[in-house]
Design a protein around this ligand. Structure first.
Ligand code: SF4
Length: 725
């Protein structure tokens, strides 16, 4: 009040905010941002895994800087990382358990919250069976929490229906690696992006989604001005603008391009016959299969010229070291896993694997999607063990001192199938942890039906309200990045230390503490987590479980990880000796056809709808909408449309439009008319709950990985007309 009065009188009340001092570490800085202590940690957004230092003053994170000694980012951070400390005291944080009573979420104690949760889940499981509980986790927890949660769901609650939102993101990469090499595990490193002679990025807009990786390409170009960067993407993304060659292929024609390159490599002798003979199976069948992918045929399917296809094949085949990176443009497809095998084929027939600069490399999405893949009991048993392999189950049972019959012999339902089972009344209780499906899941209408169908819905999150928590019967407030300790694994298999910077707000607790409390109430704590009191005990057990496996954590400890900027399990590169974890020791070449995407445009829905991200935001904006700097840079969604289509529809820049699909309509979106998208295609970022692109997207999934086809469906665009009330 007095401040307002002083300001009205022209007296400066914000002097303290404008004063600067000299900080020994960062130089001149606002006095309010001078830290008492600095905590080393790892960024909690994307899978690049940048090391950072967070400055703390009076239990408040006041500043962030890149850790100059961390090998991943050498002191650099992107806008999200640079502002990450602001999420810790954001107004939207969940601080108290909330239970729905008489239709309203009301504050309750932890004791009441967890007592009711266990009563409801127990009632559902007694009536409908153990698998009537579905649990969806995330790529945001620390590995130690994934490991703890996997045991809790599968051995404590005895439900097999446990998956993560990583299925919306990386499942196709996992399936593709397993199909080709016999195991998950990205074979290369970021260092390969610095030494490759050719970098082929397919469906990977790293400039927006993994921005710090761009400096690897810059360093490569400084080393070798002849390095060629090829970007395959239907859109002229920021990454395409950095490329030497941009291949604007027709949506979902990437398999044809990859098969066509393979055909040309074989036809022109640009293959490594010795490597193929010693380390792969299926070459003859594969060579026969891709013979049909002539430049003429591939040109018709992809829309590229024959000359471009030939040129790309020669560039890739003649390089000493060729690197292929991909992300969601490949994975977000009903043919995602098949496309990954087509990428792996190219690397295998040219021997571009297990050597410096050479790798088929999936760039992961979330900060710890990899940790979830390694430890968490979703698509595989911990340590990349297989559900169906008795030896693997017995091995785990021995370490855990339990009967092997307690361990499931097959995986339960994947994420989309859990949602469908909820709609069908087979899954009756759902527990979401650190994920916001009401924005991130395709086909919102189906998801909403699932959330409204179950008897009991628990949402455990660091933020409330979120579009998902608003449906909940119970909201459990959880700690987030900066409030917990453990490890994250990045895309290059680098395990980095994550540290607590401040204490969680209000009554929020770490996910680990919540899991242990639930286990205690369930009566399984002593059996599953003997003498555990912190994530460090979970890490130590995980070290024993992973020892001797591909993802072996037994070789390093937390202190080493913190001091040395992390460590890569498996070393810098996998498969140095060309021996793969298959029955024959050889990798498999797969012959995969290129199929048209599921929902083709027609006269009524004439445009192909593509979705993606922007650098300023993270997933469904539960975090980044709370960071003023990021949100004011990009406060709302937009739709990109080619000038030819806009002219036909008589639309002008910044008109408000509706995006109409067979499922629903995304209303009142800002139109951007731009040559970034080709005629016949439109693009929209998926981050925004208010204009949720997943109202329009299709509920179609990869039959192998169960990953959604977020990238193509048919829509039409109409001018938004305000209705008068
Ligand atoms: S690139 Fe990814 S890991 Fe690095 S600062 Fe940005 S969001 Fe964080």
């Amino acid at each position: 009040m007095w401040k307002r009065l002083f300001r009205a009188l022209g007296i400066d009340t914000r002097q303290s905010e404008y004063s600067f001092e000299r900080d020994p570490r960062v130089g001149h800085i606002s006095s309010s941002r001078i830290a008492d202590t600095w905590v080393k940690t790892t960024c909690g957004y994307c899978s690049v895994g940048c090391g950072m230092l967070v400055g703390v003053k009076d239990n408040k994170a006041v500043t962030v800087r890149g850790n100059p000694d961390h090998p991943v980012n050498l002191g650099k951070l992107c806008p999200k990382g640079l502002s990450e400390h602001h999420i810790l005291d954001a107004p939207g944080r969940a601080k108290q358990p909330l239970l729905r009573k008489d239709g309203k979420l009301v504050p309750v104690s932890w004791d009441e919250a967890l007592t009711v949760m266990l009563e409801k889940i127990s009632a559902v499981q007694q009536k409908y069976g153990n698998d009537a509980l579905g649990v969806i986790s995330t790529g945001q927890l620390v590995t130690e929490e994934f490991y703890t949660l996997g045991k809790l769901v599968q051995l404590g609650f005895r439900s097999r229906n446990y998956d993560g939102n990583t299925t919306l993101c990386m499942a196709s990469a996992v399936s593709g690696y397993k199909l080709s090499f016999g195991s998950d595990g990205p074979p290369g490193s970021y260092a390969d992006m610095e030494t490759a002679d050719v970098i082929l990025l397919i469906g990977a807009n790293i400039a927006d989604n993994h921005p710090i990786l761009c400096q690897r390409i810059e360093r490569n170009r400084q080393r070798n001005p002849n390095t060629t960067v090829i970007v395959v993407d239907p859109r002229v993304t920021k990454t395409a603008m950095m490329a030497d060659v941009h291949l604007p292929i027709k949506p979902r024609s990437d398999i044809a391009l990859l098969n066509g390159i393979a055909h040309l490599l074989i036809r022109n002798g640009l293959i490594d016959r010795e490597y193929i003979d010693q380390h792969t199976t299926g070459f003859e069948e594969f060579a026969n299969f891709v013979a049909d992918f002539t430049p003429q045929h591939v040109a018709e399917v992809t829309g590229l010229s024959e000359e471009t296809i030939l040129n790309t094949a020669y560039l890739y085949g003649k390089a000493n070291a060729s690197f292929i990176g991909w992300t969601m443009g490949v994975n977000h497809s009903t043919q995602g896993a098949a496309t990954v095998t087509a990428i792996n084929n190219l690397a295998l027939i040219t021997g571009n694997i297990g050597r410096a600069g050479s790798a088929p490399f999936s760039i992961t999405g979330q900060c710890n999607a990899m940790g979830s893949r390694e430890s968490s009991f979703t698509s595989a048993l911990p340590g990349y063990r297989k559900f169906e392999k008795a030896e693997d189950r017995e091995d785990l049972a021995r370490i855990w001192n339990i009967g092997a019959d307690r361990i499931p012999t097959s995986r339960g339902l994947a994420y989309p199938d859990i949602i469908e089972a909820a709609v069908a009344g087979k899954v009756k209780a759902l527990w979401f942890i650190a994920t916001n499906p009401a924005v991130s899941f395709p086909n919102y209408a189906l998801l909403k039906q699932a959330l409204e169908s179950v008897d009991f819905l628990v949402v455990q999150d660091g933020f409330h309200p979120t579009p998902t928590s608003e449906f909940a019967h119970l909201v459990l407030p959880a700690a987030i990045w900066g409030e917990k300790e453990g490890t994250y694994t990045n895309s290059e298999r680098r395990v980095s230390k994550v540290n607590a910077i401040v204490t969680p707000p209000g009554l929020a607790r770490t996910d680990f503490d919540i899991f242990l409390d639930i286990a205690h109430r369930l009566g399984v704590c002593d059996e599953l987590y003997p003498d555990w009191s912190s994530t460090h005990e979970a890490f130590q057990e995980w070290q024993r479980v992973s020892e001797g496996r591909m993802c072996d954590y037994s070789k390093f400890n937390w202190q080493q990880l913190e001091d040395e900027g992390g460590a890569q399990w498996g070393g810098e590169r996998l498969y140095l000796d060309g021996i793969f974890p298959t029955d024959t020791g050889k990798a498999t070449l797969h012959s995969v056809p290129c199929l048209p995407f599921v929902e083709q445009p027609n006269a009524e829905y004439n445009l192909i709808f593509n979705t993606g991200r922007t650098v300023e935001h993270w997933h469904t904006r539960t975090k980044t909408a709370e960071v003023k700097m990021l949100d004011s840079m990009v406060p709302n969604a937009w739709l990109e449309m080619n000038p030819l289509d806009a002219a036909e529809l008589e639309l002008r820049p910044h008109d408000r439009v509706n995006v109409v699909s067979r499922r629903s309509t995304v209303r009142n979106v800002e139109l951007r008319i731009t040559g970034i998208v080709a005629p016949g295609q439109v693009f929209m970022p998926f981050h925004f709950a208010e204009t949720n692109s997943n109202l329009a997207t299709l509920g179609a999934f990869d039959p192998i990985s169960r990953e959604p086809n977020f990238k193509q469906c048919a829509v039409r665009v109409e001018k938004f007309l305000k209705t008068l009330k």
